[in-house]
Design a protein around this ligand. Sequence first.
Ligand code: NAD
Ligand code: AHE
Ligand code: ZN
Length: 361
Amino acid sequence: TAGKVITCKAAVAYEPNKPLVIEDVQVAPPQAGEVRIKILFTALCHTDAYTWSGKDPEGLFPCILGHEAAGIVESVGEGVTEVQPGDHVIPCYQAECKECKFCKSGKTNLCGKVRMATGAGIMMNDCKSRFSINGKPIYHFMGTSTFSQYTVVHDVSVAKVDPQAPLDKVCLLGCGVPTGLGAVWNTAKVEPGAIVAIFGLGTVGLAVAEGAKSAGASRVIGVDIDSKKFDIGIGVDIGVLVDLTDGGVDYSFECIGNVSVMRAALECCHKGWGTSVIIGVAASGQEISTRPFQLVTGRVWKGAAFGGFKSRSQVPWLVDKYMKKEIKIDEYITHNLTLGDINKAFDLMHEGGCLRCVLKM
Ligand code: NAD
Ligand code: AHE
Ligand code: ZN
């Protein structure tokens, strides 16, 4: 198949909120610096639903969504040295080129090399898409487009992982689980004894809880409106939360994408040092606000993408940690379906009681 166009099944989002359509899609061969991957398993993340909703300013249609997946390299373009056909890989929406200003700074996991292209739904080389249906281009999404049996990504957006690792599980290391763990370990740097509040107990929020537990937090308070998520937390308003914790929490995490909750998450932090980390993605036009006094009196507002992890360097390390049973993944998988059932999988996400649904391609 190398060097040839592959026709395969993919779920195409033609318009915001209109059911995805399973189509025969043509996937062009990888060009220089690109990798074509046979996707074996993909999960759904809330961010896919967010872009599908039409509220993402970078959302382009028609497109192929999906960014939490695992697969096997089918072929590579000219100049690709770090992966080869047959390698087991996890696509990374947050690239890591190791050469740009961001990568070299040592201060961030964001990478600048292909970000313009991935936000514009195209590939860097020729500013075109590798996906088409009968000659009509279909946009890429987040540089990953994993709701397709084959996808093409930039080489800086692929992490090579242990071939022994079960791809139907480690696909979750493409987004939700690292996002939660990393927000605790890398961004907040929660210390033993800390009191932590988590707003939104989906996969991201529950991974924050796991991370907080492993960091030695003395108390983890979870807040959600879905009663099925309450095996670890209690629902409380901010006044109650502050009273309950003798002045506020040491760290809070917003894992919903709701700007009112972001404010609440900041304001339930302890005066003088409480730090709130924004993880949730909010719709175009939404803004956060608080009294500046909240910051003047020592609270800190932060945010993180992909938990601050450097993708190509650290995803393989996270896979190894899973293989050594040092981090959990299986527990977040509440449903397993196939690509053909993708619309049902999105319904499940909105029904409650669902964490990750893994689709077999
Ligand atoms: P999810 O839909 O599985 O979980 C969200 C949870 O929030 C649900 O349990 C829901 O019941 C709860 N919730 C909704 N409104 C609420 C409210 N008003 N008060 C309390 N709880 C409420 O989503 P997820 O996949 O875990 O993702 C969570 C958020 O993080 C989304 O906004 C997603 O786009 C974002 N995200 C960001 C990154 C990043 O790198 N920054 C990575 C992954 C996901
Ligand atoms: N296009 C969106 C941005 C959404 C966003 O912030 N995405 C996160 C990852 S969410 C994964 O589930 C991210 O990585 N952000 C940093 C980046 O480089 O995009 C919008 O709202 O504009
Ligand atoms: Zn995601």
